[in-house]
Design a protein around this ligand. Structure first.
Ligand SMILES: [Zn+2]
Length: 304
């Protein structure tokens, strides 16, 4: 069945300074991958409902972002994370795309959804922007699924090369959620050490620099996918980051396009088994434009 893609041209309006890896061209590169698919339905994302943000971010934090944006100048929120005119609307559209995707797959299950948006969200914590991320789209979608739709078990799966510290911090300790992540270690942001993971609803697994397809697939096949299977999620949300690709400049994994097809197919298989096919993915990292086009296409074909 054909994939539904939510995106919006205003996601281009978030503009960190020249030379920043999380640049508007990423969105265009990702959409070039989607354009190569035979069957895809493109929909305009809508800005997230403020209630969906209020479930995962503190109101002081949200007010401070709005106040900073209103000042009109481009500023640093941390050494890597910028906010300027248009940034917050882009982030609201990114989170809105995931929340609309959640509504879509719950109301009409079967077709997977891919939010092809930016900025990414998985490093954003309840009260802190970091790692290029302003609003945590996947956490907002997860809480919408439980609090608004009444789902009992929602999985947040993260294969971005960086640990999704923000998603983990927001969802940990709540048994309605299972957070599952593979990431390179050591690497930014330095969290996600399996030995230090104490919450039973958090499953972290690490890969060392230069790990490739074999190590990645073994880790998921032997460890992460079986846990996800046992959780029997009613919905699978995916932080789909493609910065584990061998071409990516920000990390040192050696994944190939086919690995993104493979993980997409595995996750869709579990969504079909337990969740009537309900799967919503959101674009996180991926900073080589050529790799991003090809990996997004491969992953999208895996989940369709
Ligand atoms: Zn990343």
């Amino acid at each position: 069945m054909s994939l539904i893609v939510y995106t919006h041209p205003d996601c281009l309006a978030h503009q960190p300074p020249p030379g920043h890896p999380e640049r508007p061209e990423r969105l265009e590169a990702a959409l070039r991958g989607i354009d190569q698919m035979d069957q895809v339905e493109l929909r305009d994302a809508a800005a997230v409902d403020p209630q969906d943000l209020a479930r995962v971010h503190g109101c002081n934090y949200l007010e401070s972002l709005a106040a900073l944006e209103a000042s009109g100048s481009l500023m640093n929120l941390d050494p890597d994370t910028y906010l300027g005119r248009g940034s917050l609307q882009a982030a609201r559209l990114a989170a809105g795309a995931v929340c609309s995707g959640v509504d879509q797959v719950i109301n009409d299950p079967g077709r997977a959804v891919f939010a092809v948006v930016r900025p990414p969200g998985h490093h954003a914590e309840s009260a802190r922007a970091m790692g290029f991320c302003l609003l945590n789209s996947i956490a907002a979608g997860a809480r919408r699924a439980t609090d608004h739709h009444g789902l009992k078990r929602v999985a947040a799966v993260d294969f971005d090369v960086h640990h999704g510290n923000g998603t983990e911090a927001i969802l940990r300790g709540d048994p309605r959620f299972l957070f599952v992540s593979s990431h390179q270690a050591p690497l930014y942001p330095g969290t996600g050490d399996p030995a230090r993971t104490t919450d039973s609803n958090v499953l972290n697994a690490t890969l060392t620099a230069n790990s490739g397809s074999d190590e990645f697939r073994s880790l998921w096949t032997e460890h992460l996918l079986p846990s996800l299977d046992r959780f029997r999620p009613e919905l699978i949300l995916v932080s789909a980051g493609f910065d584990g690709h061998w071409r990516d400049p920000l990390a040192q994994l050696q994944l190939k396009d086919e690995d993104y097809y493979w993980i997409g197919e595995q996750l869709k298989g579990l969504a079909d088994k337990h969740a009537s096919g309900r799967l919503v993915a959101s674009l996180e990292g991926g900073y080589d434009l050529t790799a991003l086009t090809e990996s997004v296409l491969a992953f999208a074909e895996g989940i369709e």
